[in-house]
Structures are given as structure tokens and as C-alpha cells.
Design a protein around this ligand. Sequence first.
Ligand code: FE2
Length: 324
Amino acid sequence: MKVMGIESSAHTFGVGIVKSGKVLSNEKSMYKISLSGMIPSNVADFHIEHSNEVISRALESANLSMDELDGICYTKGPGMGPCLQIGQLCAKTIAKELGIPIATVNHSVAHIEIARHYARQKDPIALYVSGGNSQILKLQKKPKNHYYIIGETFDIGVGNMLDNFARAAKFDPAWGSTVAKAAQGGKYVELPYVVKGMDFSFTGLLTRTNSLIGKEPINDLCFSIQETAFAMLCEAAERAMLMTNSKELCVCGGVAQSERLKEMLAEVAREHNAKFGYAPNALNADNGAMIAFVGERMLSKGKGESLSKCDIDQKYRTDLATVY
Ligand code: FE2
């Protein structure tokens, strides 16, 4: 099947096309986050403005015309309501126009599944780290095949924490990759470290680090907030691996683009003779190809949705979605 996937849950309007599990194209336009953060209605306007152009680019780079698509899918959630609605509207319009089947995809499951595919892993501990989410998961067969959440953040996602710190430090662009660059050569400043079993918390770390801006060298703060947060994630992921006897570890989501995080997790896996893997960076950032990847599997197993039931769910939890 040739399936188009549309992603619009946050700042990215992404469109990807997948055929038999192979990514044919993966195009996107990204809303630039300002110092005031993301205002959902402004991001939705951005998606409306860019949707046609990104869809055309995805078809062009896959060397396909619209009527050659066999199916379409979009992100049902989790995400920001006004933004999710734009992807939903685009996908439903195309499905109706072409008379092709449509599927609704869980954004978090798509992040994990594309990573599991590229890591060539069967049943890993998955560390899913992005702006809105930070979770440790494992596939569970019953009552349905779904990702069971073993551990997660008590408050905000690690990406959200790094972005918030970047805004407080007045970085431009105000996100994690800028913090990573500024962290080079930094020295360690002691900061709050909160892990409870396989759960963790980032707000205390953020508040303390923000309060030290102007009092400690900024590259020391960048280095220390990153090292502390990533060490917390590594400790929780390591405990999850040991508790479940797992010999596979994968990382996914926007923060999985961090070279430092991957280096630290690889070390954890090495210590336990476990396999470690992840998807290429373009497939870890929010993107349409991962949605198409999961959507193709759903549609090929007849798990599409009728147009009238194609909804969105801003709080669509990872453990509520069946993995096909
Ligand atoms: Fe994401």
C-alpha cells in the first residue's frame, strides 16, 4: 500500500508517504517558537497556510500523484486541539475526495514504532522523550497489544523543560538544541535530581536552574541541566530494563535527536550487554512518515475508521492505542 501520513499535533506540519514499511518521502514545515512559546491558534493558522505546499512536496519527492495513494492517516492525538484539527481536516478531505480508507494514529505510538523498526528490536524498553512527553514503555500483549507505561514524568516533558530554560536564558531559537550547543565546555553545577523508582520530575530542576541565570556562567547551567535531566532518564530506563529483564533499549521522540542522551543511553545498554537503537533524526523529530508507517500497518489489517468516526483526542494516552 502507498499511504500518506499527516502530522500536525504541535509546531510541525509534516507529511510522509510510506510503501510496504519503506519511507518514500518525509516533508515538513515548522512553526518557529518565539519567546512567548506556542499559542495553539497561531500554530493552527501556520498549519493551514502551509498544508497544501507540504502535501505537494511530499507527493513530488515520492514521485507520486495524489490519485496513486491507497490510503491516508493522521495524528489523532495527543497534541494541541486546534493544531490536530488541521491534520484531521486535510486527511478527511483527501479520503473523501479520493474514496480511499483512512486511519487515526496515536502520535506517541508512531514515535516508538518507527524507532523500534529502525533499531530492529522486538520487545524493547522504549524511552520516549519529547516536548510534551517523557515516558518509559514496554509492549504488553493483554488485554490488547499496547504500550504499557512503566514510568513517566510527574510533571512536564524533558523537551518542554529544556525549551522553557532556553526561553528564560533568552536563546534564539529557544529550544533544546541551542542548549546542547551552549553546554559544550560547561562545568557541573549541583542541581535537584528527582527519580522515584521509574518515574521522574523536572519542574524543581527547571525552577532552580532558571533561578541561577545571571549568577552562574550560562554554559555551566546548560551543561548541568542537560546532564542532570539525562542522568535521571538513564537511571529510570536502566531500572526498567533490570525489572523486566529486557535486553533491548530504544529511544525516540524529539529529544532522541540529542547526541549526548544517545551516548549516555548507549553506555547504560553496554553495561548490561543489551542492544541499543534509534531512528534517524528526521524520523525522531515530529514527522508525517512515522504516522504513515503506523497507518499503513493499520489499514493493511483493516483497522481503518469510518469518516464520521475520525475524531481527535488531545489527551490520547499511549497505553490506550492498540499496536498493530
Ligand atoms: Fe512528538
